[in-house]
Design a protein around this ligand. Structure first.
Ligand code: ZN
Length: 187
């Protein structure tokens, strides 16, 4: 469980990152600042910070902040089956665009001989993708729906703009069985 103290600390640190990157976030938007900690209790290592600009039935945009070597857990966005209270839809398509720092993104494919990310030791077996994409400011990558992925910031941290179809938290599938999708936020 995330403590209020950690939340406030991460919020303040994230504001500094936004300033450093020249990204203006209004006070009102900052009120809705979120920390995704995945229920693992180690948000400094496996977690990320975010501000959601928009999330409608058709599109979603947000800024993600990652502190140095902070990591987003491996997951995918599967198709959503129809249910009594909703229509079915394709899984979420995501584009990550680096705005500040350096991002190491991993997807299925030819593994890199030596990856740049530091795999979180305590949960190492749940980071399986090794095909490496390195993003610098102004570089971006689009993930097809249902593609397994995880990512980590480089040594100076990172800001990533994410553009996607609708974000549906509860339906994401994580490799780590300890992760409860209902405890994570919109990634
Ligand atoms: Zn994702």
């Amino acid at each position: 469980m995330l403590t209020k103290e950690t939340y406030e600390q991460f919020k303040e640190k994230s504001s500094e990152y936004f300033k450093k990157a020249g990204i203006v976030i209004s006070e009102e938007e900052m009120e809705k600042f979120q920390v995704a900690e995945f229920g693992l209790g180690c948000p400094e290592t496996i977690g990320l910070e975010l501000v959601v600009y928009v999330n409608t039935d058709r599109c979603c945009a947000k800024e993600l902040v990652l502190f140095p070597h902070q990591t987003c857990a491996e997951h995918r966005h599967p198709p959503i089956p129809p249910a009594s209270d909703r229509k079915g839809m394709d899984g979420k398509e995501e584009t990550f665009r680096c705005r500040f720092g350096e991002v190491y993104l991993y997807v299925p494919g030819e593994p890199a001989p030596e990856i740049k990310a530091e795999i979180p030791k305590e949960r190492a077996e749940y980071f399986t993708c090794r095909h490496e994409i390195i993003l610098h400011p102004g570089e971006q990558y689009t993930l097809a729906p249902d593609t397994l992925h995880w990512f980590q910031a480089g040594p100076e941290g990172a800001i990533v703009s994410e553009f996607s179809t609708k974000s549906m938290d509860d339906d994401d599938v994580f490799t780590d069985p300890m992760i409860n999708p209902q405890l994570k936020r919109n990634i």
